[in-house]
Ligand binder design. Structure first.
Ligand SMILES: *[C@@H]1O[C@H](CO)[C@@H](O)[C@H](O)[C@H]1NC(C)=O
Ligand SMILES: *[C@@H]1O[C@H](CO)[C@@H](O)[C@H](O)[C@H]1NC(C)=O
Length: 186
């Protein structure tokens, strides 16, 4: 890593450490707003708005302003939990369900691979939010989303699938998290 970049990262880390001493996450330059405003800004549809309110439901003191980073972290954690549960379900189907067609088995194995790389990209998002680094953040969001969409497109081609609803929700949660992340100005 070039020295200048290292210094920037270290500065971001120490800033994050200072602000972490307070009650909750704040990042320099990030806007503050209520959950309501964030969800209104991030959602084009009622379904997305409901999903947003749900994903941010755990943020305490929801009527006050919070750093958008708090919301971005909550939304990405919610998406990642959903993705992890689907990943487990896909692996269990492949391992234990003897009535899967070949087509299904191939699809779920492929999904489990792309889900692993999606989880990696989503972990990068969380890591960068945690150190207040916006550097390459949009790419990390996008990479995770593209992986999830490649699984979704695969599963959509199956005649029927117990994973169908789950992969749709995962993709929508990750897309929502990205839109909330965009409130940071990425
Ligand atoms: C096993 O796979 C079949 C075919 O997709 C599915 O209909 C069934 O619900 C699965 N069983 C379990 C226990 O998940
Ligand atoms: C969110 O929406 C409000 C109301 O439309 C607007 O004033 C504000 O600038 C928006 N904030 C961001 C970060 O998009």
């Amino acid at each position: 890593m070039p020295l200048r970049r290292l210094l920037v990262v270290l500065a971001a880390v120490s800033l994050a450490a200072v602000t972490a001493a307070g009650d909750e996450k704040t990042c320099p330059g990030a806007p503050s707003m209520t959950v309501e405003t964030a969800c209104r800004n991030a959602s084009g549809t009622q379904a997305m708005y409901d999903m947003c309110k749900n994903a941010l439901g755990g943020v305490p003191d929801r009527l006050s302003d919070h750093d958008v980073t708090v919301y971005a972290l909550a939304a990405e954690n919610s998406a990642l939990a959903s993705v992890g549960a689907t990943q487990d379900a896909a692996i269990k189907l492949v391992l234990y369900n003897s009535s899967l067609s070949h087509e299904e088995r191939d699809a779920y194995m492929e999904c489990s691979e792309v889900y692993t790389t999606a989880e990696h990209a989503m972990g990068n998002v969380l890591g960068k939010l945690d150190i207040c680094s916006l550097n390459g953040l949009a790419d990390d969001y996008m990479n995770g989303l593209l992986d999830l969409e490649s699984c979704r497109d695969r599963v959509l081609k199956l005649p029927a699938s117990p994973l169908y609803a789950m992969v749709l929700v995962d993709r929508n949660k990750a897309a929502l998290a990205f839109v909330i992340g965009k409130l940071l100005g990425i």
